[in-house]
Design a protein around this ligand. Structure first.
Ligand SMILES: CC(C)(COP(=O)(O)OP(=O)(O)OC[C@H]1O[C@@H](n2cnc3c(N)ncnc32)[C@H](O)[C@@H]1OP(=O)(O)O)[C@@H](O)C(=O)NCCC(=O)NCCS
Length: 174
């Protein structure tokens, strides 16, 4: 099979804008964390798909901490790009900002890393193109991605071990 061409980080960059509406908020008028994570997952998946041009599934999301809230009426700007592609998986770095459209002030809400696997029509992992980091920042993110991936895979072994313990056969009651 022909090797996929390498692609740049810039080719996977995505910037998504969302306006915080009443249905997205808690009783204090702040954006709900779960809603923001849904937007982040969509933005990250678009970035991974721009890189590999395949269907992707989320395999892991690193810990997410909300350092600042977005309020009703704020613009939420979600940015992401692939930092590194491995064999069938990709790491996407996400950054989220809340912008007050009346004052123009911006606050960082959260950052996180999302990992995706490219899959075929049967859901089996398929190889993705290599990525070329170009700028100094991209090169640094690329370097550090290896260590982050190792930590994730270590955690994944524990999770999969636990999942095996909870395996149920068809017809079993849970
Ligand atoms: C993700 C999935 C396709 C992996 O299938 P698998 O049979 O375990 O495949 P593999 O063991 O070959 O792993 C595939 C890739 O995932 C990577 N991976 C597995 N667990 C990971 C984790 N926790 N974090 C990061 N990467 C992980 C592997 O390292 C491998 O990457 P590589 O080929 O670049 O080295 C499968 O576990 C799955 O379908 N999970 C459910 C996904 C889902 O439902 N997501 C939410 C809805 S989109």
């Amino acid at each position: 099979m022909a090797k996929s061409p390498k692609k740049t980080v810039a080719a996977s960059q995505v910037r998504m804008n969302e306006l915080v509406m009443p249905n997205d908020t808690n009783p204090l008028g702040k954006l709900m964390g779960g809603k923001l994570m849904q937007w982040m997952d969509i933005c990250a998946a678009i970035s991974a798909q721009k890189h590999c041009n395949r269907n992707v599934v989320t395999v892991a999301v690193d810990s997410v901490e909300f350092v600042n809230a977005a309020a009703i009426g704020d613009l939420v700007v979600i940015e992401g790009e692939v930092t590194r592609a491995f064999r069938t998986s990709m790491e996407v770095e996400m950054r989220v900002w809340a912008e007050n459209l009346r004052t123009g002030s911006k606050r960082l809400c959260t950052t996180s890393y999302h990992s995706f696997v490219a899959v075929d029509a049967d859901g089996n992992p398929v190889p993705v193109p290599e990525i070329i980091p170009e700028t100094a920042t991209e090169k640094e993110r690329y370097q550090k991605a290896e260590e982050r991936r190792n930590k994730r895979l270590e955690h994944s072994r524990d999770v999969r071990e636990m999942a095996r313990k909870f395996d149920v056969d068809e017809g079993d009651t849970i």
